[in-house]
Design a protein around this ligand. Structure first.
Ligand SMILES: Cc1cc2nc3c(=O)[nH]c(=O)nc-3n(C[C@H](O)[C@H](O)[C@H](O)COP(=O)(O)OP(=O)(O)OC[C@H]3O[C@@H](n4cnc5c(N)ncnc54)[C@H](O)[C@@H]3O)c2cc1C
Length: 467
């Protein structure tokens, strides 16, 4: 819904960030009109690329004075349409704020700007023997600011938790233009309400994050990856619950069904190990002593075999490990580039219900005549269910079927004690389903918080809920 920005406003934006950093040309803005959510495109009236918190503040004050919507954007890898300017206005890109400011060895903290690529942050701290565990599969293309805004997870969450567990402090610019700092380089802080955690996962609707303090841990000295093939989906899923019951906590337990294995092979143009399997479990263990591994590997191997794994591939060298992960990491990219029309769900169930969740996802696909693909961080109970349009299905039929299938899967997940999104956020695509989970009182709280932070409703309007 573009209305166009007046010339005098564009001039004022150029005065703030520099002429070069205000884009209005559709060709240049195309990249900012979509993210990695399949099938959505909205052009802004202008893209503004800020370099400092002060510039962000001035942009927001101007936007507030003129009632122009502002949508923050990291690197556009989101999977719920969060950075799309659905009401036009300004896309505020944080990509120029890309400096790691301080790796603090004494306090085990890193201070960074939001536009830093997450993988870059990993490599920088690891060179100094430190470790930032959250590792979204998009780590070489997403920004750390986007990770904070989404509360992102990743494979290593099984052992180490998600982004929220590492955020100690934030600098953020409120929609009113005020700059606030929450938290510090401290690991404990109960000073008032926890605004740091409120901003974490707020999907760019409460403030623009301009600086981040993250807790680090020592880098584990060793890691090993195991790939186990299964003949049926359900056994693989039950194997995950069984591994966790052994009271061993692997670093990661990832799952790919046969459709995912096939898609990865087609996209990467490579043959994957055990490519006839109905499902793979990809398990990572890390630690500092070989004996910890040996015990963990024996245990995981034994459980996998008990649940029907017919082999176990062990990778302890970086090149072999990278090959094992390549297939899992490429799934969303592959689906977007060669998968056809699809929608993705990001459901999470209690970990003893993983098999039920996967089975329900399959049954729902069959009922609504969709092609399913399941991958995910099953060690956390988190399954990404992709439903693809079948060849020959009419557009209208697809729209009706996917809507019903999505709602059915969400209701089934909630009935199991789960949640409708684990890490991709509500954004735009899950907005219609939020009230399946949250009641009127909860929705009232969310809306009240939004109004307190953003009285004029200019920051990322129309995301998570409508006011
Ligand atoms: C191949 C692939 C694999 C993925 N794997 C995972 C995974 O394993 N785990 C996972 O959790 N996600 C995953 N994702 C989703 C996505 O990468 C994450 O949500 C990521 O955190 C988005 O970062 P971004 O910089 O691309 O943010 P964007 O897409 O640009 O924005 C995402 C949201 O954050 C807001 N935002 C961005 N920067 C700021 C800021 N500085 N201040 C305030 N708001 C801001 C935007 O307004 C938007 O609402 C994957 C995506 C792809 C394409």
């Amino acid at each position: 819904m573009r209305k166009g920005l007046r010339q005098d406003l564009l001039k004022r934006l150029e005065d703030i960030v520099g002429e070069k950093y205000v884009l209005t040309d559709d060709e240049k803005m195309e990249k900012y009109s979509h993210d990695e959510t399949m099938g959505y495109q909205y052009f802004p009236d202008a893209v503004v690329m800020a370099e400092t918190a002060e510039e962000v503040s001035k942009v927001l004050r101007l936007a507030g004075d003129c009632s122009i919507p502002v949508t923050p954007r990291g690197l556009g890898t989101g999977l719920s349409g969060g950075c799309l300017p659905i009401h036009g206005g300004i896309v505020l890109s944080l990509e120029r704020m890309n400096q790691i400011l301080d790796v603090d060895q004494e306090n085990l903290m890193v201070v960074t700007q939001p536009g830093v690529i997450t993988g870059e942050l990993h490599r920088t701290v690891e060179q100094q023997g430190l470790f930032y565990p959250p590792d979204p599969a998009s780590l070489d293309s997403c920004s750390i600011g986007g990770n904070i805004a989404e509360g992102s997870g990743g494979p290593r969450a099984v052992r180490y938790g998600t982004t929220k567990d590492y955020v100690c402090g934030l600098q953020a610019v409120l929609p009113t233009g005020e700059i606030i700092s929450t938290g510090r380089k401290v690991v404990k802080d109960v000073t008032g309400y926890n605004i740091t955690q409120l901003l974490t996962g707020s999907e760019g609707t409460l403030g623009v994050i301009t600086e981040i303090i993250l807790r680090l841990i020592p880098k584990p000295k060793m890691k090993v990856d195991l790939l186990a093939p299964f003949d049926d989906l359900s056994s693989a899923a039950r194997g995950v619950s069984a591994i966790l019951q052994e009271k061993t906590v692997p670093t990661a337990i990832e799952f790919m069904d046969h459709a995912a294995i096939e898609l990865a092979e087609k996209y990467l143009k490579k043959t994957m190990a055990f490519n006839k399997a109905a499902a793979h479990l990809l398990i990572q263990l890390d630690g500092n002593r070989a004996e910890d591994f040996e015990h963990g590997m024996d245990l995981v191997g034994e459980v996998c075999k008990r649940f029907g794994a017919w082999d176990l591939l062990v990778a302890d060298q970086p090149s072999a490990q990278a090959r094992l992960w390549e297939g899992r990491r490429c799934i969303f990219e592959a689906a977007n580039r060669i998968g056809g029309v699809y929608e993705t769900m990001d459901v999470v169930a209690p970990r003893n219900r993983i098999a039920d969740l996967v089975n329900r996802a399959e049954a729902i696909a069959e009922k609504f005549q969709l092609n399913p693909l399941c991958v995910g961080h099953v060690g956390d109970g988190n399954v990404h269910v992709l439903y693809f349009q079948k060849d020959g299905m009419e557009k209208g039929e697809w729209a009706a079927q996917i809507k019903q299938a999505t709602e059915s899967l969400y209701r089934a997940t909630l009935d199991m004690g789960g949640k409708i999104t684990a890490e991709h956020g509500i954004g735009l695509t899950r907005k219609p389903y939020l009230t399946l989970d949250l009641n009127e009182a909860q929705m009232g709280l969310l809306k009240g918080i939004k109004k307190t932070f953003d009285p004029k409703g200019i920051l990322n309007p129309g995301k998570i809920f409508d006011l």
